[in-house]
Design a protein around this ligand. Sequence first.
Ligand SMILES: Nc1ncnc2c1ncn2[C@@H]1O[C@H](COP(=O)(O)OP(=O)(O)OP(=O)(O)O)[C@@H](O)[C@H]1O
Ligand SMILES: [Mg+2]
Length: 283
Amino acid sequence: MKIISVQNNKGGVGKSVSVGFISQLLAYLDKRVLVVDLDPQSNLTMMLGAFIEDSDDVIDGIATSPVKNISDLFIGRYAIKEDVESCIHDTIIENIKIIPSSPRHANTLSILHQDNKMGNINIILKKALATVKDDYDYILIDSAPTIDALTTNSLYCSDLVLTPVEDSDFSLKGLRETIRLIQKTKEQYGLDMTFGGAFLTRSERNTNSFKIFNNKYHSQLGEYMLNTSISKDVKVKEISSMCVPILSYCPNTSSVIDYSKLIIELHILDDDAQQELINCITE
Ligand SMILES: Nc1ncnc2c1ncn2[C@@H]1O[C@H](COP(=O)(O)OP(=O)(O)OP(=O)(O)O)[C@@H](O)[C@H]1O
Ligand SMILES: [Mg+2]
Protein backbone atom coordinates (compact mmCIF):
# COMPACT_ATOMS: atom_id res chain seq x y z
CA MET A 1 0.00 0.00 0.00
CA LYS A 2 1.37 3.37 -1.02
CA ILE A 3 0.09 6.85 -0.25
CA ILE A 4 1.04 9.38 -2.91
CA SER A 5 0.30 13.07 -2.70
CA VAL A 6 0.55 15.69 -5.40
CA GLN A 7 1.70 19.08 -4.15
CA ASN A 8 2.46 22.50 -5.54
CA ASN A 9 1.33 25.71 -3.89
CA LYS A 10 1.15 27.30 -7.33
CA GLY A 11 -2.31 27.01 -8.90
CA GLY A 12 -3.22 25.55 -12.27
CA VAL A 13 -0.08 23.44 -12.78
CA GLY A 14 -1.90 20.14 -13.31
CA LYS A 15 -2.19 18.66 -9.79
CA SER A 16 -5.81 17.52 -10.10
CA VAL A 17 -5.36 16.30 -13.68
CA SER A 18 -2.28 14.32 -12.57
CA VAL A 19 -4.17 12.61 -9.74
CA GLY A 20 -7.06 11.94 -12.14
CA PHE A 21 -4.82 10.31 -14.77
CA ILE A 22 -2.57 8.38 -12.40
CA SER A 23 -5.53 7.00 -10.42
CA GLN A 24 -7.33 5.89 -13.60
CA LEU A 25 -4.21 4.18 -14.95
CA LEU A 26 -3.70 2.36 -11.64
CA ALA A 27 -7.36 1.31 -11.66
CA TYR A 28 -6.92 0.03 -15.23
CA LEU A 29 -4.09 -2.16 -13.89
CA ASP A 30 -6.64 -3.67 -11.46
CA LYS A 31 -5.34 -1.80 -8.46
CA ARG A 32 -7.77 -0.69 -5.75
CA VAL A 33 -7.47 3.06 -5.52
CA LEU A 34 -8.76 5.64 -3.05
CA VAL A 35 -8.44 9.30 -3.98
CA VAL A 36 -8.71 12.09 -1.45
CA ASP A 37 -9.69 15.59 -2.57
CA LEU A 38 -8.33 18.21 -0.16
CA ASP A 39 -9.27 21.16 -2.38
CA PRO A 40 -12.57 23.04 -1.85
CA GLN A 41 -12.53 23.83 -5.59
CA SER A 42 -13.39 20.10 -5.89
CA ASN A 43 -11.99 19.74 -9.42
CA LEU A 44 -10.88 16.16 -8.90
CA THR A 45 -14.22 15.26 -7.31
CA MET A 46 -15.98 16.67 -10.39
CA MET A 47 -13.61 14.93 -12.81
CA LEU A 48 -14.48 11.60 -11.19
CA GLY A 49 -18.22 12.34 -11.24
CA ALA A 50 -18.61 12.40 -7.46
CA PHE A 51 -19.58 16.01 -6.80
CA ILE A 52 -22.58 16.63 -4.52
CA GLU A 53 -23.74 20.21 -3.87
CA ASP A 54 -23.69 21.46 -0.27
CA SER A 55 -27.11 22.23 1.11
CA ASP A 56 -28.08 25.83 2.02
CA ASP A 57 -28.65 24.99 5.70
CA VAL A 58 -26.07 26.04 8.26
CA ILE A 59 -26.19 24.53 11.75
CA ASP A 60 -23.99 26.03 14.52
CA GLY A 61 -22.00 27.91 11.89
CA ILE A 62 -21.23 24.67 10.00
CA ALA A 63 -22.60 24.16 6.49
CA THR A 64 -24.50 20.95 6.02
CA SER A 65 -24.53 18.52 3.16
CA PRO A 66 -26.61 15.57 2.00
CA VAL A 67 -23.44 13.43 2.10
CA LYS A 68 -20.33 13.36 4.25
CA ASN A 69 -17.06 14.42 2.69
CA ILE A 70 -13.49 15.47 3.54
CA SER A 71 -14.74 18.42 5.58
CA ASP A 72 -16.70 16.12 7.93
CA LEU A 73 -13.68 13.84 8.25
CA PHE A 74 -11.49 16.73 9.46
CA ILE A 75 -14.04 18.53 11.65
CA GLY A 76 -15.13 15.24 13.25
CA ARG A 77 -11.48 14.09 13.50
CA TYR A 78 -12.63 10.68 12.32
CA ALA A 79 -10.36 7.88 13.49
CA ILE A 80 -12.79 4.95 13.51
CA LYS A 81 -13.14 2.91 10.31
CA GLU A 82 -16.94 3.15 10.19
CA ASP A 83 -16.80 6.98 10.40
CA VAL A 84 -14.09 7.24 7.74
CA GLU A 85 -16.02 4.87 5.45
CA SER A 86 -19.06 7.15 5.74
CA CYS A 87 -16.99 9.75 3.79
CA ILE A 88 -15.91 7.32 1.03
CA HIS A 89 -18.00 7.33 -2.14
CA ASP A 90 -18.13 5.66 -5.56
CA THR A 91 -16.78 7.33 -8.70
CA ILE A 92 -17.37 6.76 -12.42
CA ILE A 93 -14.52 4.20 -12.31
CA GLU A 94 -15.19 0.88 -10.62
CA ASN A 95 -11.82 0.50 -8.90
CA ILE A 96 -11.65 4.09 -7.69
CA LYS A 97 -13.33 5.33 -4.52
CA ILE A 98 -13.15 8.91 -3.35
CA ILE A 99 -13.27 11.03 -0.23
CA PRO A 100 -14.74 14.00 -2.10
CA SER A 101 -14.62 17.70 -1.41
CA SER A 102 -17.11 20.55 -1.75
CA PRO A 103 -16.99 24.34 -1.31
CA ARG A 104 -17.80 24.13 2.42
CA HIS A 105 -14.37 22.54 2.91
CA ALA A 106 -12.99 26.10 2.57
CA ASN A 107 -14.13 26.65 6.20
CA THR A 108 -12.76 23.40 7.61
CA LEU A 109 -9.52 24.80 9.04
CA SER A 110 -11.13 27.83 10.70
CA ILE A 111 -13.74 25.54 12.31
CA LEU A 112 -10.97 23.22 13.51
CA HIS A 113 -8.96 26.11 14.95
CA GLN A 114 -12.04 27.35 16.85
CA ASP A 115 -12.88 24.03 18.43
CA ASN A 116 -11.20 23.41 21.74
CA LYS A 117 -10.65 19.69 21.43
CA MET A 118 -7.04 18.87 22.12
CA GLY A 119 -4.92 16.92 19.68
CA ASN A 120 -2.46 17.41 16.89
CA ILE A 121 -4.26 18.98 13.96
CA ASN A 122 -1.56 17.82 11.51
CA ILE A 123 -2.26 14.10 11.87
CA ILE A 124 -6.03 14.00 11.39
CA LEU A 125 -5.79 12.62 7.84
CA LYS A 126 -3.07 10.12 8.73
CA LYS A 127 -5.17 8.70 11.58
CA ALA A 128 -8.25 8.52 9.36
CA LEU A 129 -6.51 6.82 6.42
CA ALA A 130 -4.80 4.33 8.74
CA THR A 131 -8.24 2.79 9.40
CA VAL A 132 -8.96 2.05 5.71
CA LYS A 133 -5.56 1.74 4.05
CA ASP A 134 -5.59 -2.08 4.02
CA ASP A 135 -8.59 -1.93 1.66
CA TYR A 136 -6.56 -0.20 -1.07
CA ASP A 137 -3.37 -0.66 -3.07
CA TYR A 138 -2.87 3.09 -3.57
CA ILE A 139 -4.22 6.22 -1.95
CA LEU A 140 -3.74 9.42 -3.97
CA ILE A 141 -4.17 12.84 -2.43
CA ASP A 142 -4.90 16.00 -4.41
CA SER A 143 -4.12 19.30 -2.67
CA ALA A 144 -5.26 22.89 -3.01
CA PRO A 145 -2.70 25.49 -4.19
CA THR A 146 -1.99 26.58 -0.61
CA ILE A 147 0.45 26.02 2.23
CA ASP A 148 -1.55 25.33 5.37
CA ALA A 149 -2.41 22.61 7.87
CA LEU A 150 -4.11 20.61 5.10
CA THR A 151 -0.80 20.55 3.20
CA THR A 152 0.96 19.36 6.35
CA ASN A 153 -1.72 16.70 6.82
CA SER A 154 -1.09 15.30 3.36
CA LEU A 155 2.70 15.36 3.80
CA TYR A 156 2.29 13.61 7.17
CA CYS A 157 0.60 10.58 5.68
CA SER A 158 2.42 10.35 2.32
CA ASP A 159 5.00 7.77 1.33
CA LEU A 160 5.72 9.68 -1.87
CA VAL A 161 5.22 13.31 -2.90
CA LEU A 162 5.08 14.44 -6.54
CA THR A 163 5.12 17.98 -7.88
CA PRO A 164 3.83 18.97 -11.31
CA VAL A 165 5.29 22.21 -12.71
CA GLU A 166 4.91 24.45 -15.72
CA ASP A 167 7.89 25.52 -17.81
CA SER A 168 8.35 29.13 -16.71
CA ASP A 169 10.79 31.11 -14.55
CA PHE A 170 8.06 31.78 -11.94
CA SER A 171 7.38 28.07 -11.65
CA LEU A 172 11.08 27.30 -11.20
CA LYS A 173 11.23 29.71 -8.26
CA GLY A 174 7.99 28.29 -6.82
CA LEU A 175 9.28 24.77 -7.28
CA ARG A 176 12.42 25.49 -5.24
CA GLU A 177 10.18 26.82 -2.45
CA THR A 178 7.89 23.80 -2.64
CA ILE A 179 10.83 21.38 -2.46
CA ARG A 180 12.27 23.35 0.48
CA LEU A 181 8.90 23.21 2.28
CA ILE A 182 8.58 19.46 1.71
CA GLN A 183 12.13 18.80 2.99
CA LYS A 184 11.64 21.13 5.96
CA THR A 185 8.37 19.46 6.96
CA LYS A 186 9.98 16.04 6.56
CA GLU A 187 12.88 16.98 8.86
CA GLN A 188 10.83 18.98 11.35
CA TYR A 189 8.37 16.16 11.99
CA GLY A 190 10.71 13.24 11.23
CA LEU A 191 8.43 12.02 8.45
CA ASP A 192 9.03 8.79 6.60
CA MET A 193 8.23 10.36 3.24
CA THR A 194 10.16 10.60 -0.02
CA PHE A 195 10.08 13.43 -2.53
CA GLY A 196 9.48 11.47 -5.72
CA GLY A 197 10.31 14.39 -7.98
CA ALA A 198 8.91 17.18 -10.10
CA PHE A 199 7.68 16.80 -13.68
CA LEU A 200 6.79 19.30 -16.38
CA THR A 201 3.15 19.43 -17.45
CA ARG A 202 1.37 20.92 -20.46
CA SER A 203 4.66 20.66 -22.32
CA GLU A 204 5.05 21.60 -25.96
CA ARG A 205 8.11 19.50 -26.51
CA ASN A 206 8.85 20.67 -30.04
CA THR A 207 9.14 24.34 -29.05
CA ASN A 208 12.39 26.13 -28.25
CA SER A 209 11.00 27.49 -25.02
CA PHE A 210 10.30 23.95 -23.76
CA LYS A 211 13.83 22.86 -24.64
CA ILE A 212 15.36 25.86 -22.85
CA PHE A 213 13.26 25.43 -19.70
CA ASN A 214 13.63 21.66 -19.66
CA ASN A 215 17.43 22.04 -19.67
CA LYS A 216 17.27 24.76 -17.03
CA TYR A 217 15.06 22.70 -14.70
CA HIS A 218 17.25 19.63 -15.06
CA SER A 219 20.55 21.50 -14.59
CA GLN A 220 19.30 23.48 -11.57
CA LEU A 221 17.28 20.78 -9.83
CA GLY A 222 19.19 17.65 -10.85
CA GLU A 223 17.80 14.52 -9.20
CA TYR A 224 14.64 16.35 -8.13
CA MET A 225 13.45 16.46 -11.77
CA LEU A 226 11.85 13.39 -13.33
CA ASN A 227 12.72 12.62 -16.95
CA THR A 228 9.12 12.22 -18.04
CA SER A 229 7.17 15.32 -19.03
CA ILE A 230 3.45 15.48 -19.81
CA SER A 231 2.53 16.93 -23.17
CA LYS A 232 -0.08 19.59 -23.72
CA ASP A 233 -3.11 17.67 -24.93
CA VAL A 234 -6.48 19.12 -25.99
CA LYS A 235 -8.21 15.98 -24.75
CA VAL A 236 -7.39 16.88 -21.12
CA LYS A 237 -9.92 19.73 -20.99
CA GLU A 238 -12.58 17.58 -22.64
CA ILE A 239 -12.06 14.79 -20.12
CA SER A 240 -12.11 17.18 -17.15
CA SER A 241 -15.28 18.97 -18.20
CA MET A 242 -17.23 15.94 -19.43
CA CYS A 243 -16.25 13.73 -16.48
CA VAL A 244 -15.78 10.63 -18.63
CA PRO A 245 -13.42 7.71 -17.93
CA ILE A 246 -10.16 8.64 -19.68
CA LEU A 247 -9.30 5.16 -20.88
CA SER A 248 -12.60 4.56 -22.62
CA TYR A 249 -12.76 8.09 -24.07
CA CYS A 250 -9.26 8.43 -25.51
CA PRO A 251 -6.98 5.52 -24.52
CA ASN A 252 -4.19 6.42 -26.96
CA THR A 253 -4.00 10.17 -26.49
CA SER A 254 -0.56 11.66 -25.76
CA SER A 255 -1.30 12.56 -22.12
CA VAL A 256 -2.33 8.96 -21.34
CA ILE A 257 0.94 7.69 -22.83
CA ASP A 258 2.93 10.31 -20.88
CA TYR A 259 1.27 9.60 -17.53
CA SER A 260 1.90 5.88 -18.17
CA LYS A 261 5.59 6.67 -18.72
CA LEU A 262 5.60 8.72 -15.52
CA ILE A 263 4.20 5.79 -13.51
CA ILE A 264 6.81 3.51 -15.07
CA GLU A 265 9.59 5.96 -14.18
CA LEU A 266 8.37 6.18 -10.58
CA HIS A 267 8.68 2.39 -10.03
CA ILE A 268 5.59 2.29 -7.84
CA LEU A 269 4.15 -0.87 -9.41
CA ASP A 270 4.78 -4.55 -8.77
CA ASP A 271 6.76 -6.30 -11.55
CA ASP A 272 3.72 -7.73 -13.38
CA ALA A 273 1.82 -4.45 -13.48
CA GLN A 274 4.99 -2.56 -14.49
CA GLN A 275 5.46 -4.96 -17.42
CA GLU A 276 1.78 -4.72 -18.39
CA LEU A 277 2.00 -0.93 -18.53
CA ILE A 278 5.26 -1.06 -20.54
CA ASN A 279 3.54 -3.45 -22.99
CA CYS A 280 0.53 -1.10 -23.29
CA ILE A 281 2.63 1.83 -24.42
CA THR A 282 4.97 -0.09 -26.72
CA GLU A 283 2.22 -2.02 -28.56
N1 LIG B 1 -1.45 17.96 -20.08
C1 LIG B 1 -2.36 18.93 -20.22
N2 LIG B 1 -2.73 19.38 -21.44
C2 LIG B 1 -3.64 20.36 -21.59
N3 LIG B 1 -4.28 20.95 -20.58
C3 LIG B 1 -3.97 20.56 -19.32
C4 LIG B 1 -3.00 19.54 -19.07
N4 LIG B 1 -2.89 19.36 -17.73
C5 LIG B 1 -3.75 20.23 -17.17
N5 LIG B 1 -4.41 20.95 -18.12
C6 LIG B 1 -5.42 22.01 -17.91
O1 LIG B 1 -4.82 22.99 -17.10
C7 LIG B 1 -5.75 23.48 -16.16
C8 LIG B 1 -5.20 23.30 -14.75
O2 LIG B 1 -5.05 21.91 -14.45
P1 LIG B 1 -5.40 21.37 -12.99
O3 LIG B 1 -6.77 21.76 -12.60
O4 LIG B 1 -5.05 19.94 -12.94
O5 LIG B 1 -4.33 22.22 -12.14
P2 LIG B 1 -4.21 22.29 -10.55
O6 LIG B 1 -2.78 22.40 -10.25
O7 LIG B 1 -4.95 21.18 -9.92
O8 LIG B 1 -4.95 23.67 -10.27
P3 LIG B 1 -5.38 24.23 -8.82
O9 LIG B 1 -4.12 24.62 -8.14
O10 LIG B 1 -6.28 25.40 -9.13
O11 LIG B 1 -6.08 23.12 -8.10
C9 LIG B 1 -7.06 22.72 -16.39
O12 LIG B 1 -7.90 23.52 -17.19
C10 LIG B 1 -6.64 21.48 -17.14
O13 LIG B 1 -7.65 21.01 -18.00
MG1 LIG C 1 -6.50 21.23 -8.52
